[in-house]
Design a protein around this ligand. Structure first.
Ligand code: IGP
Length: 256
């Protein structure tokens, strides 16, 4: 069975996003280790890109600095390889905009991802309607493609994503960009997640805005997994590895 699926079978995972190469290659490796050692079940590895349209200020800054420092997909693959060799049981999902895939080529990108320990992809600017070819290629390498749904997604889109998404569906808690929030639209969230689960029969993990234990506590009751990004990346940028450990432990506490 695929590693992502297996992880969801065992528990409701805490999925942690961080940016590769930020604020340095070494620090991003330390970040990954700290995330896993303090309880992250799945990592989303951010691939730096010059025009991250879905990202809020915190992650934008991370993209910008990593790009300026010359971090390339090749560097990201070096990092995933290193993480995978140390933590073979932790799924690594590359979170990348489509452009780097386009430049390297779908076939080659998937091959490199596979060779370097990745387990799948989330490509936020590749709509499922246009992803048939990429999914086919990724799947031929045994790599998962995870797709997103949002509060604005209707039945037809939900059905399509249900068919296209491997392992789980990423439900975006709110319309807008990534970034830690004080509160989430709980009522709508609960309704939508159960609707998606009912239509697709797939696991649904929720991300966007999650920043504290109170959030993970509520989300783990109404969904199959929780995704956290900006709250981590903020600490990552300061090189605050201890802070990352503390945060992940707290978020994880909410899920037990
Ligand atoms: O940062 P947040 O609000 O905690 O949300 C997770 C998110 O960062 C991560 O999954 C992500 C990073 N970049 C993205 C782009 C699109 C969708 C999702 C993402």
């Amino acid at each position: 069975m695929h590693l992502i699926e297996e992880t969801f079978k065992k528990k409701k995972p805490l999925i942690c996003y961080f940016m590769a190469g930020y604020p340095s290659m070494e620090k991003s490796y330390e970040t990954a280790k700290a995330l896993i050692d303090s309880g992250a079940d799945i990592l989303e590895v951010g691939v730096p890109f010059s025009d991250p349209v879905a990202d809020g200020p915190t992650i934008q800054v991370a993209h910008e600095k990593a790009v300026k420092d010359g971090i390339t997909p090749v560097n990201v693959f070096e990092l995933t390889k290193k993480i995978k060799s140390e933590y073979p049981e932790i799924p690594l999902i590359l979170m990348t905009y489509y452009n780097p895939i386009f430049i390297i080529g779908e076939q080659k990108f998937c091959q490199l991802a596979k060779e370097n320990g990745a387990d799948g992809f989330i490509v936020p600017d590749l709509p499922p309607e246009e992803a048939e070819e990429f999914k086919k290629t990724a799947n031929s390498f045994g790599l998962a493609t995870v797709f997103l749904l949002a509060p604005t997604s209707h039945q037809e889109r939900i059905t399509l994503v249900g068919r296209m998404s491997d392992g789980f569906i990423y439900y975006v808690s709110l319309t807008g960009i990534t970034g830690a929030r004080e509160t989430l639209p709980w009522e709508e969230l609960e309704k939508k997640v159960s609707q998606i689960k009912q239509i697709t029969g797939k696991k649904v993990a929720v991300g966007f805005g999650v920043s504290k234990k109170e959030h993970t506590q509520k989300l783990s009751k109404i969904s199959d997994g929780v995704i956290v990004g900006s709250a981590i990346v903020k600490l990552q940028g300061k090189g605050d590895i201890e802070g990352i450990r503390k945060l992940v432990k707290q978020l994880k506490e909410g899920m037990e």
